[in-house]
Design a protein around this ligand. Structure first.
Ligand code: SF4
Length: 468
């Protein structure tokens, strides 16, 4: 099936008009047709019109089919015709996802002058390509909104949500019943938002979700598109791409809510290469296999101590933050001791702990062996005493080192000192680096800027440093 332009869209025949015009060819099955409808709807919503001819358009989109040889030929021929008549062609659809004999993209191999190639279900990627080559008409209602949207965090750091919901059913948690199963955001959308944030001045991007390591499971790690190139919807590829986007801006990427699955080793290797911060927020919750089983924790079968040892071998700079629950129903003194031993042996840099508290609707409420609140609180206090001992010892090792610090506050341009964070400190949850007034009179500190600082002391959970 082939159509040029949708009858429902305003059609303009004059190339001289100021309204941008797009030629559209839709080939293939009903699924491809619905993709075409979504793209045409978006074009219309943004004020583009369509052209009935290739020649009268400012740019042509060809939605292709790659199912059988005849369909491939028809798609490639149509792209060729559009290129000959117009010159500016964006290709989307099933053929866009196919590889050629050389392993590269088939369409780009046959028609190297196409502007962009995406796979199917890629409205946003197609729109990104359209925007790059044919700017959308000005919309006074929307164009005043910053490209990265409205953020509630300080200008220099931002949270990037990569998915919603969770496929796990931890017995103490009701998030899945409120937010449903895991739904990963399309990788093209996530990377587009990250790019806009970096371009808008963000110096630290914090990746968040309920389970960052599960990113893409729900879409079977589908290949998405960003900037005209294919990227799989998977944690490793996401982290790699975020590292690449951050690099030209000298920005940090920090990962939260990562579970200790084997594939995280590859992400830790990226940390060792300096692509993303060597910092992992891993909510272990407990160490004893029986408690983890009662909690129904993800990755509960993993040997976490071995995994952590492997991570530290791959990336000695790695900082691990985690949260734990003390006094879970049925937790014996022996199981609790196991947790304290784990904490010491794993050398968790930053640990938080909650005394177990029943949440209405959580399955754990039905478990036998609920402990008295006093016992739960007492275990939490004992846990925190060990956690602080470990953390303080690890912090002390930094004294004398020079670290890169991102400045969060610097009254009087830092002449009286300021407060910042190193790669080891996530905002709001970890410690800080207290910056002393710089010794060099010309030295200034700016909020949202990096400074080098020599660590001179520790102060509880914080470091004290001299800007240099
Ligand atoms: S605690 Fe468990 S169920 Fe709840 S969001 Fe985290 S992984 Fe999912």
């Amino acid at each position: 099936m082939s159509d040029i332009a949708s009858p429902d869209l305003p059609v303009s025949a004059s190339p001289a008009s100021a309204v941008p015009k797009v030629g559209f060819v839709s080939l293939g099955c009903p699924k491809a047709l619905t993709d075409s409808e979504l793209i045409l709807t978006q074009l219309s919503a943004e004020g583009y019109t369509t052209s009935k001819t290739f020649e009268g358009a400012d740019l042509v989109i060809v939605n292709t089919c790659g199912f059988i040889d005849d369909a491939v030929k028809e798609s490639l021929d149509t792209i060729g015709e559009a290129l000959a008549a117009n010159g500016k062609v964006i290709v989307t659809g099933c053929l866009g996802a196919r590889k050629g004999e050389d392993g590269g993209n088939m369409v780009a191999g046959v028609h190297p002058s196409v502007l962009a190639v995406t796979g199917p279900h890629a409205t946003q990627e197609v729109m990104d390509a359209v925007h790059a080559h044919l700017p959308k008409p000005h919309d006074p209602f929307v164009d005043l909104v910053p490209p990265a949207g409205i953020k509630l965090t300080p200008k220099h750091y931002a949270y990037l949500k990569i998915s919603e919901g969770c496929n796990h059913r931890c017995t103490f948690c009701i998030i899945p019943s409120m937010r449903g199963d895991l739904v990963s955001r399309p990788i093209g959308d996530v990377l587009k938002e990250a790019k806009a944030l970096f371009e808008g001045g963000v110096k630290e991007l914090l990746v968040v979700s309920q389970d960052t390591s599960a990113y893409g499971v729900d879409v079977k790690y589908r290949t998405g598109f960003f900037d005209g190139r294919p990227v799989r919807t998977r944690m490793l590829e996401l982290v790699q791409a975020l590292g690449e986007l951050a690099e030209p801006h000298g920005a940090w990427v920090r990962l939260h809510y990562v579970y200790p699955y084997p594939h995280v080793d590859e992400v830790v290797s990226l940390m060792a290469q300096g692509r993303v911060l060597p910092y992992l927020d891993v909510p272990f919750q407990h160490s004893h296999p029986e408690v983890l089983r009662r909690m129904k924790r993800p990755a509960s079968g993993e040997r976490n101590l071995e995994r952590i040892a492997r991570w530290r071998e791959l990336c000695p700079e790695l900082v691990i933050r985690s949260t734990f629950i003390a006094g879970f129903p049925g937790e014996t003194e022996e199981e609790f001791q196991h947790l304290l031993d784990f904490l010491r042996e794993a050398q968790i840099d930053r640990a938080g702990c909650f005394a177990y508290s029943p949440v209405e609707g959580a399955a754990a409420n039905e478990l036998p062996g609920m402990l008295p609140q006093a016992v739960r609180e007492e275990r939490r206090a004992r846990f925190m005493a060990v956690a602080e001992e470990v953390s303080a010892a690890r912090l002390k090792r930094r004294v004398g080192a020079t670290m890169q610090v991102l400045v969060d506050s610097a009254p009087a341009l830092g002449r009286k000192g300021g407060v910042g964070r190193s790669y080891a400190d996530a905002p709001e949850i970890d410690g800080t680096v207290k910056l002393l007034p710089p010794q060099k009179l010309s030295k200034r500190l700016g909020v949202g800027e990096f400074t080098k600082a020599r660590i001179v002391a520790t102060d509880g959970h914080d470091l004290v440093a001299e800007p240099i």
